[in-house]
Design a protein around this ligand. Structure first.
Ligand SMILES: Cc1cc2nc3c(=O)[nH]c(=O)nc-3n(C[C@H](O)[C@H](O)[C@H](O)COP(=O)(O)OP(=O)(O)OC[C@H]3O[C@@H](n4cnc5c(N)ncnc54)[C@H](O)[C@@H]3O)c2cc1C
Length: 405
């Protein structure tokens, strides 16, 4: 295929969702990914209860639920030892599409979603890496240069969608990439078998030297995702395996739980993560998923944001592809930017507030003290991170004041 209306770069949750929704909206789509699936992605592998709505729409939920661990909520351990315990089913009355979140390995999730895109008629090329974009004399994107086993080829497209993750080549080539100065963190992720004391809650343990997330995922495995400030990366000289294991062994509350555990996958490193494109589009191109923005794994809803972003963009992609003038094309892309802001802005604010607390132990200790006594507020906050409680429910002044009680 050397010419197509829509070319999507990246077959993670954002790319597969965009591809599936664009195909459903009647567009002919080609998706390229530099990887061959199944492929791993460093991630804590939690999908929020509302994420299941989009997985269901894509026809993927039944298959995924059979292979996932089901999570009923979250518990956050603050540096002081105080615990914030929140559940998805709670007295606030908001309900997600499902009452539980999913702990699902990315090898499985991403492969199933890519298959759903294929089933919707999307042409998928694996082992196909986009190296650069082509542009016309006005700067409008007209396609991409793709490296495959057969060499370089150019695929022309009316619209190129960059869903190529944190180091998006699409956003970099268009000068839209912007790394945030804060927070600067790196992550080490691995799967373990035999971690003691795991239940149906996802766990976050915050210390003065970083935080670690533990959650059951498919096949009786536990996902362990350690996130530390980037300045500590120098201490990983002896290797990421040793660093992760020494870090866990140094935590009095965690070391006994890992005493009989065995790491069953390599330790994968990633980061820094916080980035936001200056704009999620340029003439001839759109950005979605991490390529558009990602903040921090703590609130960990990048998968939902990727799925939702793909759902959101389809109508604007249709308008941009069928536009008969440059003005109408750009108007459609502006519409996409506005729709993203309207959809995600509240969540971005909550993520930043949580990110602030995680980086300032006294603040988190205070919040944990309040939330350990105010279970309704904890449930509300967990519901926001589960994408089914509107962020406005915690951002209203009356609710925010409860944190200072
Ligand atoms: C440590 C950590 C823990 C996290 N935990 C969670 C969590 O528990 N829950 C959650 O919801 N989110 C979590 N996230 C965030 C989540 O992983 C991302 O937000 C999500 O993967 C974004 O999906 P995406 O499709 O945008 O990008 P990706 O999943 O990164 O997919 C991008 C795809 O693009 C392909 N690609 C890249 N460059 C090119 C190229 N040049 N040409 C062709 N293909 C290319 C890649 O091969 C890849 O398949 C976590 C992130 C980190 C770092």
């Amino acid at each position: 295929m050397s010419s197509v209306p829509v070319l999507i770069v990246g077959g993670g949750p954002a790319g597969s969702s965009a591809a599936w929704h664009c195909a459903q909206a009647g567009l002919e789509v080609c998706l390229v990914d530099r990887a061959r699936f199944p492929r791993a992605k460093p991630c804590a592998e939690y999908v929020s209860p509302e994420g299941s709505r989009i997985l269901h729409a894509m026809g993927a939920l039944d298959t995924l639920e059979q292979q996932a661990a089901l999570l009923t909520g979250m518990v956050v351990h603050a540096p002081s030892g105080a615990r914030i315990h929140g559940e998805f089913v709670a007295r606030h009355g908001f309900r997600g599409f499902r009452d539980k979140g999913l702990g699902i390995r990315r090898e499985i999730l991403d492969t199933v979603l890519l298959e759903r895109a294929r089933a919707a008629g999307v042409t998928v090329l694996e082992d196909a890496k986009v190296e650069s974009l082509t542009q016309d004399g006005t700067g409008r994107v007209t396609g991409a240069v793709v490296r495959t086993a057969d060499g370089l080829r150019t695929i022309t497209a009316a619209l190129v969608i960059g869903a190529d993750g944190l180091r998006s080549v699409v956003s970099r080539r268009l000068g839209l990439a912007h790394q945030s100065r804060w927070p600067r963190r790196v992550a080490l992720v691995a799967h373990y078998r035999g971690v003691a004391g795991m239940g149906s809650l996802g766990e976050m343990h915050v210390t003065r030297t970083g935080y670690v997330g533990l959650a059951q995922v498919s096949g009786g495995l536990v996902n362990v995702a350690l996130v530390v400030p980037r300045r500590l990366a120098g201490a990983m000289r002896e290797g990421t395996d040793a660093y992760l294991e020494q870090w866990l062994a140094a935590q009095p509350s965690l070391a006994p739980r890992f005493a009989g555990a065995q790491r069953v996958t390599p330790v994968r490193a990633t980061g820094p993560f916080a980035s936001r494109a200056t704009r999620p589009w340029a003439p001839g191109a759109m950005l979605t998923g991490d390529a558009a923005d990602f903040f921090d794994p703590f609130t960990g809803e990048g998968i939902y944001a990727g799925l939702r972003g793909g759902e959101l963009l389809a109508e604007y992609a249709v308008a941009a592809v069928h536009a008969t003038s440059r003005t109408a094309h750009v108007r459609a892309l502006h519409g996409y930017e506005r729709a993203r802001r309207a959809t995600f802005a509240g969540k971005w604010r909550v993520e930043h507030l949580i990110g602030l607390a995680v980086g300032m132990p006294p603040l988190l200790n205070h919040a944990a003290r309040v939330l350990s006594r105010d279970r309704d507020l904890a449930d509300l906050l967990i519901g926001v991170t589960g994408d089914f409680v509107p962020p406005s429910a915690v951002l209203r002044p009356r609710t925010l004041l409860r944190f200072f009680a």
